[in-house]
Design a protein around this ligand. Structure first.
Ligand code: GUN
Length: 296
């Protein structure tokens, strides 16, 4: 029988926990946590993501602010905005929504974010700390998957994990987290990607398959073993004129057939996505609690 890894239900629970924690700090006389989001240009998906991040802040009692910038802004001007956010003492963390317009060097922007405000966990200092098992901000999507595996008590120790996709914000950090010591973790991890030969040979041996490649319906039932745990990170907008919005959201997994064979599976939407959103709040809470203590 297949069980659902329900990201909607679990993220609600986590947001409730954060809300209660915030209330305790505010009761003690502290200001609430404050997250800022930088949005450059008008990319449709990015606008939606940022709107949702702001909504999530309000839902848990955080202060939020949105820095909306023209898509024509120069790299130098954007670096100036980041400098202001780095220096703003009233701000616990901020994110710069990606992708950025082509004329801006994304690497340079990420490098400019102060690591202790980098609640996306994208700065190399945070990435390095993650790899070295030091405390750091974890990138939200892999972090959300780790929390999901932990809360649903999915065994990971000694398990074979195959990650499909080596992006810097999902696949690669995911592979590192699953190979770290601890629970969840202690897995034997294979990180596969577009140049991997005979992918099915790896996926068929996997106890846990994590797909993060952005190709709708890519993972078929004959690519997994009976009872595997399947985590679908993909969320691609597929044009569909019959839908009111003109598109539907597709995962990387052929859900109708794979769900017949998997022991646990994340739906799309409603699986990894809501967990990702909740983890940005968790990272902001971490940035905040590093400054304040409930005892003071
Ligand atoms: N674009 C897609 N996912 C993300 C994310 O997690 N953070 C930021 N800043 N941009 C993104």
């Amino acid at each position: 029988m297949t069980n659902i890894l329900d990201g909607v239900k679990l993220s609600k629970q986590i947001k409730q926990e954060i809300k209660e924690e915030v209330a305790q700090y505010v009761e003690k006389g502290h200001r609430p946590p404050h997250l800022s989001a930088v949005l450059v240009g008008e990319n449709g998906a990015s606008v939606t993501y940022v709107d949702n991040k702001i909504k999530d802040c309000h839902a848990v009692g955080f202060k939020s602010s949105l820095v909306k910038l023209e898509g024509t802004i120069t790299e130098e001007e954007l670096l100036q905005e980041i400098k202001k956010l780095n220096e703003d003492e009233t701000l616990d963390g901020f994110i710069v929504q990606l992708p950025l317009p082509d004329h801006i060097d994304q690497e340079k922007i990420i490098m400019a974010i102060k690591p202790n405000k980098d609640v996306d966990g994208f700065h190399p200092e945070n990435f390095g700390k993650m790899a070295l098992e030091m405390e750091s901000f974890l990138p939200a999507t892999p972090f959300g998957i780790m929390v999901m595996l932990e809360r649903y008590q999915i065994p990971t120790q000694g398990k074979n994990v195959v990650v499909i996709g080596r992006s810097r914000i999902v696949g690669r950090p995911m592979s590192i987290l699953m190979s770290r010591k601890g629970n969840p973790g202690d897995s034997t991890v294979i990180l596969t990607h577009s140049r991997t030969k005979n992918l099915e040979e790896y996926t068929r041996k996997a106890d846990i398959v994590i797909t993060a490649l952005g190709v709708p319906h890519f993972l078929k039932a004959d690519m997994i073993k009976e009872g595997a745990v399947v985590v679908d990170v993909g969320i691609t907008r597929v044009e569909d004129p019959s839908k009111e919005r003109g598109f539907y959201l597709a995962g990387d997994v052929d859900y109708p057939e794979v769900s017949q064979k998997a022991s646990w599976i994340t739906p799309v939407p409603g699986g990894v996505g809501p967990m990702t959103r909740a983890m940005l709040l968790k990272n902001t809470m971490l940035a905040y609690t590093r400054k304040f203590s409930l005892d003071s």
